[in-house]
Design a protein. Structure first.
Length: 516
Protein backbone atom coordinates (compact mmCIF):
# COMPACT_ATOMS: atom_id res chain seq x y z
CA UNK A 1 0.00 0.00 0.00
CA UNK A 2 2.78 2.44 0.90
CA UNK A 3 4.56 1.66 -2.37
CA UNK A 4 1.59 2.59 -4.54
CA UNK A 5 0.81 5.70 -2.47
CA UNK A 6 4.37 6.98 -2.72
CA UNK A 7 4.45 6.23 -6.45
CA UNK A 8 1.18 8.08 -6.98
CA UNK A 9 2.63 11.11 -5.20
CA UNK A 10 5.73 10.94 -7.40
CA UNK A 11 3.49 10.79 -10.47
CA UNK A 12 1.46 13.79 -9.28
CA UNK A 13 4.64 15.78 -8.69
CA UNK A 14 5.88 14.95 -12.19
CA UNK A 15 2.48 15.80 -13.65
CA UNK A 16 2.37 19.16 -11.87
CA UNK A 17 5.86 19.85 -13.22
CA UNK A 18 4.46 19.10 -16.75
CA UNK A 19 6.98 16.27 -17.22
CA UNK A 20 4.50 14.21 -19.22
CA UNK A 21 7.22 12.25 -21.01
CA UNK A 22 8.04 10.70 -17.62
CA UNK A 23 4.45 10.51 -16.36
CA UNK A 24 3.20 8.38 -19.26
CA UNK A 25 5.57 5.35 -19.04
CA UNK A 26 5.51 5.36 -15.22
CA UNK A 27 1.69 5.47 -15.18
CA UNK A 28 1.42 2.62 -17.68
CA UNK A 29 3.79 0.50 -15.62
CA UNK A 30 1.86 1.17 -12.40
CA UNK A 31 -1.48 0.38 -14.09
CA UNK A 32 -0.09 -3.04 -15.03
CA UNK A 33 0.88 -3.61 -11.38
CA UNK A 34 -2.14 -1.97 -9.73
CA UNK A 35 -4.98 -1.95 -12.29
CA UNK A 36 -7.62 -1.26 -9.62
CA UNK A 37 -6.33 2.27 -8.76
CA UNK A 38 -8.57 4.67 -10.67
CA UNK A 39 -6.37 7.68 -10.02
CA UNK A 40 -3.73 6.16 -12.29
CA UNK A 41 -6.16 6.26 -15.21
CA UNK A 42 -6.93 9.91 -14.47
CA UNK A 43 -3.23 10.80 -14.38
CA UNK A 44 -2.32 8.87 -17.55
CA UNK A 45 -5.37 10.09 -19.48
CA UNK A 46 -4.69 13.69 -18.46
CA UNK A 47 -1.03 13.36 -19.53
CA UNK A 48 -2.16 12.09 -22.94
CA UNK A 49 -4.68 14.91 -23.19
CA UNK A 50 -2.12 17.58 -22.31
CA UNK A 51 0.22 16.28 -25.01
CA UNK A 52 -2.50 16.30 -27.67
CA UNK A 53 -2.98 12.53 -27.87
CA UNK A 54 -6.73 12.73 -27.50
CA UNK A 55 -7.65 9.30 -28.84
CA UNK A 56 -5.34 7.63 -26.31
CA UNK A 57 -6.72 9.87 -23.56
CA UNK A 58 -10.24 8.85 -24.53
CA UNK A 59 -9.36 5.15 -24.38
CA UNK A 60 -7.80 5.46 -20.91
CA UNK A 61 -10.63 7.56 -19.46
CA UNK A 62 -13.19 5.12 -20.91
CA UNK A 63 -11.46 2.23 -19.12
CA UNK A 64 -11.63 4.17 -15.87
CA UNK A 65 -15.26 5.14 -16.51
CA UNK A 66 -16.23 1.50 -17.02
CA UNK A 67 -14.52 0.62 -13.74
CA UNK A 68 -16.35 3.33 -11.78
CA UNK A 69 -19.22 4.86 -13.80
CA UNK A 70 -20.13 7.21 -10.94
CA UNK A 71 -16.68 8.67 -10.39
CA UNK A 72 -17.06 12.41 -10.99
CA UNK A 73 -13.40 13.13 -11.82
CA UNK A 74 -13.18 10.44 -14.49
CA UNK A 75 -16.56 11.52 -15.93
CA UNK A 76 -15.39 15.13 -16.14
CA UNK A 77 -12.11 14.16 -17.80
CA UNK A 78 -13.86 11.94 -20.32
CA UNK A 79 -16.42 14.66 -21.11
CA UNK A 80 -13.59 17.13 -21.75
CA UNK A 81 -11.89 14.72 -24.15
CA UNK A 82 -15.17 14.19 -25.97
CA UNK A 83 -15.47 17.98 -26.25
CA UNK A 84 -11.96 18.34 -27.65
CA UNK A 85 -12.37 15.46 -30.10
CA UNK A 86 -15.65 16.94 -31.33
CA UNK A 87 -18.08 14.38 -29.89
CA UNK A 88 -20.31 17.21 -28.73
CA UNK A 89 -23.45 15.27 -27.82
CA UNK A 90 -21.50 12.71 -25.76
CA UNK A 91 -19.64 15.51 -24.01
CA UNK A 92 -22.74 17.57 -23.24
CA UNK A 93 -24.69 14.56 -21.98
CA UNK A 94 -21.87 13.56 -19.66
CA UNK A 95 -21.49 17.07 -18.23
CA UNK A 96 -25.24 17.22 -17.60
CA UNK A 97 -25.09 13.80 -15.95
CA UNK A 98 -22.36 15.09 -13.61
CA UNK A 99 -24.41 18.19 -12.72
CA UNK A 100 -27.46 16.05 -11.98
CA UNK A 101 -25.42 13.67 -9.85
CA UNK A 102 -23.44 16.38 -8.05
CA UNK A 103 -25.10 19.83 -8.45
CA UNK A 104 -22.26 21.63 -6.67
CA UNK A 105 -19.48 20.30 -8.94
CA UNK A 106 -18.27 23.61 -10.36
CA UNK A 107 -15.92 22.21 -13.03
CA UNK A 108 -18.84 20.65 -14.90
CA UNK A 109 -20.60 24.03 -15.19
CA UNK A 110 -17.42 25.74 -16.38
CA UNK A 111 -16.52 23.01 -18.86
CA UNK A 112 -20.05 22.81 -20.25
CA UNK A 113 -20.02 26.60 -20.48
CA UNK A 114 -16.79 26.40 -22.46
CA UNK A 115 -18.38 23.86 -24.79
CA UNK A 116 -21.34 26.19 -25.36
CA UNK A 117 -18.95 29.09 -25.96
CA UNK A 118 -17.06 27.02 -28.55
CA UNK A 119 -20.39 26.45 -30.29
CA UNK A 120 -21.10 30.21 -30.31
CA UNK A 121 -23.97 29.74 -27.84
CA UNK A 122 -22.74 32.57 -25.63
CA UNK A 123 -26.09 33.09 -23.91
CA UNK A 124 -26.11 29.55 -22.52
CA UNK A 125 -22.39 29.73 -21.72
CA UNK A 126 -22.94 32.85 -19.61
CA UNK A 127 -25.88 31.20 -17.81
CA UNK A 128 -23.68 28.21 -16.93
CA UNK A 129 -20.82 30.40 -15.70
CA UNK A 130 -23.32 32.30 -13.53
CA UNK A 131 -24.62 29.00 -12.14
CA UNK A 132 -21.03 28.21 -11.16
CA UNK A 133 -20.67 31.68 -9.64
CA UNK A 134 -23.75 31.08 -7.50
CA UNK A 135 -22.01 28.05 -6.01
CA UNK A 136 -18.71 29.84 -5.41
CA UNK A 137 -18.14 33.52 -6.16
CA UNK A 138 -14.49 33.42 -5.08
CA UNK A 139 -13.07 31.36 -7.97
CA UNK A 140 -11.10 33.56 -10.39
CA UNK A 141 -11.54 31.18 -13.33
CA UNK A 142 -15.34 31.61 -13.23
CA UNK A 143 -15.13 35.38 -13.24
CA UNK A 144 -12.53 35.29 -16.01
CA UNK A 145 -14.71 32.95 -18.08
CA UNK A 146 -17.53 35.46 -17.79
CA UNK A 147 -15.16 38.24 -18.81
CA UNK A 148 -14.12 36.29 -21.93
CA UNK A 149 -17.74 35.52 -22.82
CA UNK A 150 -18.84 39.14 -22.56
CA UNK A 151 -15.80 40.24 -24.53
CA UNK A 152 -16.73 37.75 -27.27
CA UNK A 153 -20.18 39.29 -27.75
CA UNK A 154 -18.87 42.85 -27.63
CA UNK A 155 -20.07 43.80 -24.14
CA UNK A 156 -16.73 45.29 -23.21
CA UNK A 157 -17.83 47.14 -20.05
CA UNK A 158 -19.09 43.89 -18.53
CA UNK A 159 -15.97 42.07 -19.72
CA UNK A 160 -13.71 44.59 -17.98
CA UNK A 161 -15.88 44.53 -14.86
CA UNK A 162 -15.56 40.73 -14.50
CA UNK A 163 -11.84 40.85 -15.31
CA UNK A 164 -11.38 43.40 -12.51
CA UNK A 165 -13.33 41.16 -10.12
CA UNK A 166 -10.99 38.33 -11.13
CA UNK A 167 -7.98 40.43 -10.14
CA UNK A 168 -9.53 41.48 -6.84
CA UNK A 169 -9.50 37.81 -5.84
CA UNK A 170 -6.14 36.95 -7.42
CA UNK A 171 -3.77 39.75 -8.47
CA UNK A 172 -1.60 37.13 -10.18
CA UNK A 173 -4.34 36.08 -12.61
CA UNK A 174 -2.64 38.21 -15.25
CA UNK A 175 -4.64 36.85 -18.19
CA UNK A 176 -7.29 39.24 -16.88
CA UNK A 177 -4.81 42.12 -17.25
CA UNK A 178 -4.40 41.33 -20.94
CA UNK A 179 -8.16 41.17 -21.42
CA UNK A 180 -8.61 44.59 -19.80
CA UNK A 181 -5.77 46.08 -21.87
CA UNK A 182 -7.37 44.97 -25.15
CA UNK A 183 -10.40 47.21 -24.60
CA UNK A 184 -8.81 50.11 -22.73
CA UNK A 185 -7.35 53.37 -24.02
CA UNK A 186 -4.84 54.21 -21.31
CA UNK A 187 -4.06 57.56 -19.70
CA UNK A 188 -1.25 58.26 -17.21
CA UNK A 189 -3.61 58.19 -14.24
CA UNK A 190 -5.46 55.04 -15.30
CA UNK A 191 -5.90 52.85 -12.20
CA UNK A 192 -5.22 49.64 -14.07
CA UNK A 193 -2.00 51.04 -15.53
CA UNK A 194 -0.83 52.06 -12.05
CA UNK A 195 -1.74 48.64 -10.62
CA UNK A 196 0.10 46.78 -13.40
CA UNK A 197 3.27 48.79 -12.75
CA UNK A 198 3.02 48.02 -9.04
CA UNK A 199 2.63 44.31 -9.77
CA UNK A 200 5.51 44.04 -12.22
CA UNK A 201 7.85 45.81 -9.79
CA UNK A 202 6.73 44.37 -6.45
CA UNK A 203 4.88 41.09 -6.93
CA UNK A 204 6.59 37.73 -7.23
CA UNK A 205 5.20 36.19 -10.40
CA UNK A 206 5.68 32.97 -12.33
CA UNK A 207 7.22 33.49 -15.74
CA UNK A 208 3.92 32.75 -17.52
CA UNK A 209 2.14 35.30 -15.29
CA UNK A 210 4.85 37.86 -16.00
CA UNK A 211 4.51 37.37 -19.77
CA UNK A 212 0.82 38.30 -19.70
CA UNK A 213 1.55 41.39 -17.64
CA UNK A 214 4.40 42.53 -19.88
CA UNK A 215 2.25 42.37 -23.01
CA UNK A 216 -0.55 44.27 -21.25
CA UNK A 217 1.90 46.92 -20.06
CA UNK A 218 3.33 47.24 -23.56
CA UNK A 219 -0.17 48.02 -24.87
CA UNK A 220 -0.64 50.67 -22.16
CA UNK A 221 2.77 52.23 -22.83
CA UNK A 222 1.99 52.46 -26.54
CA UNK A 223 -1.33 54.19 -25.80
CA UNK A 224 0.65 56.75 -23.78
CA UNK A 225 3.15 57.28 -26.58
CA UNK A 226 5.96 55.68 -24.57
CA UNK A 227 7.24 53.63 -27.50
CA UNK A 228 10.65 52.69 -26.12
CA UNK A 229 9.10 51.52 -22.82
CA UNK A 230 6.44 49.69 -24.79
CA UNK A 231 9.08 47.88 -26.82
CA UNK A 232 11.16 47.03 -23.74
CA UNK A 233 8.12 45.27 -22.24
CA UNK A 234 7.39 43.53 -25.54
CA UNK A 235 10.98 42.43 -25.95
CA UNK A 236 11.17 40.98 -22.46
CA UNK A 237 7.75 39.33 -22.71
CA UNK A 238 8.62 37.72 -26.04
CA UNK A 239 12.01 36.53 -24.79
CA UNK A 240 10.56 34.95 -21.63
CA UNK A 241 7.79 33.25 -23.56
CA UNK A 242 10.19 31.99 -26.24
CA UNK A 243 12.03 30.07 -23.51
CA UNK A 244 8.76 28.48 -22.36
CA UNK A 245 7.74 27.03 -25.73
CA UNK A 246 9.01 24.52 -28.26
CA UNK A 247 9.52 25.83 -31.77
CA UNK A 248 11.91 24.64 -34.46
CA UNK A 249 12.14 26.82 -37.56
CA UNK A 250 13.99 24.10 -39.52
CA UNK A 251 11.01 21.79 -39.04
CA UNK A 252 8.70 24.48 -40.44
CA UNK A 253 10.98 24.98 -43.46
CA UNK A 254 10.88 21.23 -44.17
CA UNK A 255 7.12 21.09 -43.65
CA UNK A 256 6.42 23.91 -46.12
CA UNK A 257 8.84 22.45 -48.64
CA UNK A 258 7.00 19.13 -48.44
CA UNK A 259 3.62 20.80 -49.03
CA UNK A 260 4.90 22.25 -52.31
CA UNK A 261 6.49 18.94 -53.32
CA UNK A 262 3.27 17.01 -52.71
CA UNK A 263 1.06 19.44 -54.62
CA UNK A 264 3.46 20.35 -57.42
CA UNK A 265 1.89 18.03 -60.03
CA UNK A 266 -1.54 17.53 -58.49
CA UNK A 267 -4.56 18.52 -60.59
CA UNK A 268 -7.86 19.22 -58.84
CA UNK A 269 -10.02 20.50 -61.72
CA UNK A 270 -12.03 17.28 -62.19
CA UNK A 271 -12.86 16.74 -58.52
CA UNK A 272 -16.55 17.09 -57.70
CA UNK A 273 -18.01 18.26 -54.41
CA UNK A 274 -21.28 16.61 -53.52
CA UNK A 275 -21.82 19.27 -50.82
CA UNK A 276 -23.21 16.62 -48.51
CA UNK A 277 -24.79 19.01 -46.01
CA UNK A 278 -25.82 21.79 -48.38
CA UNK A 279 -23.53 24.37 -46.77
CA UNK A 280 -21.42 26.76 -48.81
CA UNK A 281 -18.13 27.27 -47.01
CA UNK A 282 -16.16 30.50 -47.15
CA UNK A 283 -12.59 29.97 -45.97
CA UNK A 284 -11.01 33.19 -44.69
CA UNK A 285 -7.30 32.67 -44.22
CA UNK A 286 -3.88 34.32 -44.19
CA UNK A 287 -1.35 35.27 -41.55
CA UNK A 288 -2.91 36.00 -38.16
CA UNK A 289 -3.39 39.75 -37.54
CA UNK A 290 -3.86 40.37 -41.29
CA UNK A 291 -7.54 41.37 -41.10
CA UNK A 292 -9.23 37.96 -41.06
CA UNK A 293 -11.58 38.93 -38.20
CA UNK A 294 -12.52 42.16 -39.98
CA UNK A 295 -13.29 40.31 -43.22
CA UNK A 296 -15.37 37.71 -41.38
CA UNK A 297 -17.36 40.46 -39.66
CA UNK A 298 -18.03 42.05 -43.05
CA UNK A 299 -19.15 38.81 -44.70
CA UNK A 300 -21.15 37.51 -41.73
CA UNK A 301 -23.09 40.80 -41.66
CA UNK A 302 -24.91 39.33 -44.65
CA UNK A 303 -28.26 37.75 -43.78
CA UNK A 304 -27.37 34.49 -45.52
CA UNK A 305 -24.00 33.94 -43.80
CA UNK A 306 -23.21 32.37 -40.42
CA UNK A 307 -19.89 33.43 -38.94
CA UNK A 308 -18.39 30.36 -37.25
CA UNK A 309 -15.03 31.91 -36.34
CA UNK A 310 -11.71 30.08 -36.14
CA UNK A 311 -12.48 26.40 -36.58
CA UNK A 312 -9.84 23.80 -35.66
CA UNK A 313 -11.50 21.00 -37.60
CA UNK A 314 -9.76 21.16 -40.97
CA UNK A 315 -6.32 21.05 -39.35
CA UNK A 316 -7.49 18.22 -37.09
CA UNK A 317 -8.73 16.17 -40.06
CA UNK A 318 -5.41 16.68 -41.82
CA UNK A 319 -3.35 15.85 -38.73
CA UNK A 320 -5.37 12.70 -38.05
CA UNK A 321 -5.60 11.40 -41.60
CA UNK A 322 -3.11 12.90 -44.03
CA UNK A 323 0.19 13.26 -42.19
CA UNK A 324 2.93 10.71 -41.70
CA UNK A 325 5.65 11.38 -39.14
CA UNK A 326 4.44 14.98 -38.77
CA UNK A 327 4.64 15.83 -42.46
CA UNK A 328 2.24 15.66 -45.38
CA UNK A 329 2.11 12.18 -46.90
CA UNK A 330 2.31 11.96 -50.71
CA UNK A 331 0.79 8.49 -50.60
CA UNK A 332 -2.19 9.61 -48.52
CA UNK A 333 -2.83 12.64 -50.71
CA UNK A 334 -2.68 10.48 -53.85
CA UNK A 335 -5.20 8.12 -52.26
CA UNK A 336 -7.45 11.08 -51.42
CA UNK A 337 -7.37 12.19 -55.07
CA UNK A 338 -8.35 8.79 -56.48
CA UNK A 339 -10.74 7.60 -53.78
CA UNK A 340 -14.04 9.48 -53.83
CA UNK A 341 -15.50 7.58 -50.87
CA UNK A 342 -12.46 8.57 -48.78
CA UNK A 343 -12.93 12.21 -49.78
CA UNK A 344 -16.56 12.00 -48.76
CA UNK A 345 -15.60 10.38 -45.46
CA UNK A 346 -13.33 13.32 -44.58
CA UNK A 347 -15.92 15.81 -45.80
CA UNK A 348 -18.50 14.22 -43.53
CA UNK A 349 -16.21 14.66 -40.52
CA UNK A 350 -15.91 18.37 -41.32
CA UNK A 351 -19.61 18.90 -41.99
CA UNK A 352 -20.55 16.96 -38.85
CA UNK A 353 -18.44 19.45 -36.89
CA UNK A 354 -20.36 22.34 -38.45
CA UNK A 355 -23.66 20.90 -37.23
CA UNK A 356 -22.82 21.99 -33.67
CA UNK A 357 -23.68 25.57 -34.67
CA UNK A 358 -27.21 24.72 -35.83
CA UNK A 359 -26.77 27.41 -38.48
CA UNK A 360 -29.82 28.09 -40.67
CA UNK A 361 -27.92 30.21 -43.21
CA UNK A 362 -26.75 28.63 -46.48
CA UNK A 363 -23.23 30.04 -46.14
CA UNK A 364 -20.82 29.52 -43.25
CA UNK A 365 -17.36 31.00 -42.65
CA UNK A 366 -14.27 29.21 -41.39
CA UNK A 367 -11.79 31.86 -40.28
CA UNK A 368 -8.79 29.81 -39.13
CA UNK A 369 -5.90 31.94 -40.49
CA UNK A 370 -3.34 29.14 -40.74
CA UNK A 371 -5.60 27.24 -43.14
CA UNK A 372 -3.49 29.00 -45.80
CA UNK A 373 -1.25 25.93 -45.43
CA UNK A 374 -4.11 23.70 -46.59
CA UNK A 375 -5.37 25.51 -49.70
CA UNK A 376 -4.44 22.52 -51.88
CA UNK A 377 -6.47 20.23 -49.63
CA UNK A 378 -9.37 22.68 -49.55
CA UNK A 379 -9.44 22.47 -53.35
CA UNK A 380 -9.59 18.66 -53.11
CA UNK A 381 -12.14 18.37 -50.29
CA UNK A 382 -14.27 21.46 -50.96
CA UNK A 383 -13.65 22.50 -54.58
CA UNK A 384 -16.77 24.67 -54.68
CA UNK A 385 -15.89 26.61 -51.53
CA UNK A 386 -14.73 30.23 -51.60
CA UNK A 387 -11.19 31.07 -50.48
CA UNK A 388 -10.42 34.59 -49.32
CA UNK A 389 -6.78 35.31 -48.59
CA UNK A 390 -6.30 38.28 -46.23
CA UNK A 391 -3.02 40.08 -46.66
CA UNK A 392 -1.41 43.08 -44.99
CA UNK A 393 1.81 45.07 -45.33
CA UNK A 394 4.46 42.59 -44.08
CA UNK A 395 6.11 44.88 -41.52
CA UNK A 396 2.78 45.97 -40.01
CA UNK A 397 1.54 42.38 -39.96
CA UNK A 398 4.66 41.09 -38.23
CA UNK A 399 4.69 43.92 -35.71
CA UNK A 400 1.08 43.12 -34.79
CA UNK A 401 2.09 39.49 -34.22
CA UNK A 402 5.10 40.50 -32.12
CA UNK A 403 2.93 42.86 -30.03
CA UNK A 404 0.40 40.21 -29.02
CA UNK A 405 0.47 37.15 -26.81
CA UNK A 406 -1.32 34.12 -28.24
CA UNK A 407 -2.35 31.45 -25.78
CA UNK A 408 -1.53 27.97 -27.05
CA UNK A 409 -0.17 28.70 -30.50
CA UNK A 410 1.67 30.82 -33.09
CA UNK A 411 5.01 29.89 -31.57
CA UNK A 412 6.84 31.46 -34.50
CA UNK A 413 5.94 34.98 -33.34
CA UNK A 414 8.11 35.41 -30.21
CA UNK A 415 11.48 36.02 -31.84
CA UNK A 416 12.10 38.71 -34.46
CA UNK A 417 14.28 36.60 -36.77
CA UNK A 418 12.01 33.54 -36.54
CA UNK A 419 8.92 35.68 -37.14
CA UNK A 420 10.43 37.22 -40.27
CA UNK A 421 11.59 33.84 -41.55
CA UNK A 422 8.15 32.28 -40.97
CA UNK A 423 6.49 35.18 -42.74
CA UNK A 424 8.66 34.52 -45.79
CA UNK A 425 7.62 30.85 -45.72
CA UNK A 426 4.01 32.01 -45.78
CA UNK A 427 4.66 34.43 -48.66
CA UNK A 428 6.41 31.73 -50.67
CA UNK A 429 3.61 29.21 -50.13
CA UNK A 430 0.91 31.75 -51.06
CA UNK A 431 2.81 32.54 -54.27
CA UNK A 432 2.81 28.80 -55.00
CA UNK A 433 -0.96 28.48 -54.38
CA UNK A 434 -1.77 31.60 -56.42
CA UNK A 435 0.23 30.23 -59.35
CA UNK A 436 -1.40 26.82 -59.10
CA UNK A 437 -4.97 27.98 -58.51
CA UNK A 438 -5.06 31.14 -60.59
CA UNK A 439 -8.19 33.28 -60.15
CA UNK A 440 -9.80 31.01 -57.55
CA UNK A 441 -8.31 32.75 -54.50
CA UNK A 442 -9.52 36.27 -53.72
CA UNK A 443 -6.94 38.52 -52.09
CA UNK A 444 -8.48 40.91 -49.57
CA UNK A 445 -5.80 43.51 -48.95
CA UNK A 446 -6.14 45.13 -45.54
CA UNK A 447 -4.90 48.53 -46.70
CA UNK A 448 -7.29 48.60 -49.66
CA UNK A 449 -10.26 47.76 -47.44
CA UNK A 450 -9.33 50.69 -45.22
CA UNK A 451 -8.70 53.12 -48.10
CA UNK A 452 -11.63 52.12 -50.34
CA UNK A 453 -14.07 50.58 -47.90
CA UNK A 454 -17.26 50.44 -49.98
CA UNK A 455 -15.66 49.29 -53.24
CA UNK A 456 -13.60 46.56 -51.58
CA UNK A 457 -16.47 45.24 -49.48
CA UNK A 458 -18.68 45.00 -52.56
CA UNK A 459 -15.94 43.03 -54.37
CA UNK A 460 -15.63 40.59 -51.45
CA UNK A 461 -19.40 40.00 -51.30
CA UNK A 462 -19.58 39.53 -55.08
CA UNK A 463 -16.72 36.98 -54.96
CA UNK A 464 -18.72 34.97 -52.40
CA UNK A 465 -21.65 34.81 -54.88
CA UNK A 466 -23.85 36.67 -52.43
CA UNK A 467 -26.39 39.33 -53.44
CA UNK A 468 -25.46 42.77 -52.19
CA UNK A 469 -26.82 43.91 -48.81
CA UNK A 470 -26.17 47.33 -47.25
CA UNK A 471 -25.71 45.57 -43.89
CA UNK A 472 -22.25 44.51 -45.05
CA UNK A 473 -21.14 48.15 -44.73
CA UNK A 474 -22.41 48.17 -41.12
CA UNK A 475 -20.15 45.34 -39.95
CA UNK A 476 -19.33 47.25 -36.74
CA UNK A 477 -22.95 46.54 -35.70
CA UNK A 478 -22.58 42.80 -36.35
CA UNK A 479 -23.40 40.77 -33.22
CA UNK A 480 -21.57 37.63 -34.42
CA UNK A 481 -19.35 36.48 -31.53
CA UNK A 482 -15.59 36.97 -31.93
CA UNK A 483 -13.35 34.65 -29.92
CA UNK A 484 -10.00 36.18 -30.82
CA UNK A 485 -8.06 39.18 -29.52
CA UNK A 486 -9.32 41.17 -32.53
CA UNK A 487 -12.77 41.40 -30.95
CA UNK A 488 -12.46 45.08 -29.97
CA UNK A 489 -10.94 46.24 -33.29
CA UNK A 490 -13.32 44.26 -35.50
CA UNK A 491 -16.34 45.84 -33.77
CA UNK A 492 -15.20 49.36 -34.59
CA UNK A 493 -15.73 51.37 -37.73
CA UNK A 494 -12.73 51.17 -40.06
CA UNK A 495 -9.86 53.25 -38.74
CA UNK A 496 -6.53 54.20 -40.32
CA UNK A 497 -4.29 54.26 -37.25
CA UNK A 498 -3.16 50.67 -37.91
CA UNK A 499 -1.60 51.67 -41.24
CA UNK A 500 2.20 52.06 -41.20
CA UNK A 501 2.18 51.10 -37.52
CA UNK A 502 5.66 49.62 -37.93
CA UNK A 503 7.29 53.01 -38.39
CA UNK A 504 7.24 54.13 -34.77
CA UNK A 505 8.75 50.81 -33.61
CA UNK A 506 11.23 50.57 -36.50
CA UNK A 507 14.36 51.58 -34.49
CA UNK A 508 13.82 48.57 -32.21
CA UNK A 509 12.94 45.98 -34.85
CA UNK A 510 16.10 45.80 -36.97
CA UNK A 511 16.31 42.00 -36.72
CA UNK A 512 12.73 41.65 -37.94
CA UNK A 513 13.26 44.14 -40.75
CA UNK A 514 16.38 42.35 -41.96
CA UNK A 515 14.72 38.95 -41.90
CA UNK A 516 11.86 40.24 -44.07
Amino acid sequence: MKKIESNIQILLNLFNATKYDLVIPKSKKLIREFPEYLILYNILGSAYQNTGRLSLAQDIFLKGYKMEPNNIAIMNNLANVYKNIGKIDLSENLFKKIIKKKPDYINAYINLGNLKRDNNDFKEAINLYKDALNINDEMPVILYSLALAYQGIGKFDLAIDYARKTLLIDRKFTRADILISQSTKYTVNNEHFIEMNLKINNLELKESEKVNLLFALAKANEDLGLIEQSFNNLDLGNKINRKLINFNLDEEVSFYKKIKEVFHNIKTEKISDQNLFNKNIIFILGMPRSGTSLVEQIISSHSNVFGAGELPQLSKIINDNLLFENTLSQEKIDNLLTNESYRNQLREIYYAYLQRFKAKQAFITDKAPLNFRWIGLIKILFPNSKIIHCSRAPKDNCLSLYKNFFEGGLNFSYNQKELGAYYKLYQDLMEFWNTKFTDSIYEAKYEQIIDSQQDEIKKIIKFCDLPWEENCLLFDKNVTPIKTMSTAQARQKIYKSSLNSFDKFAPFLKDLEKSL
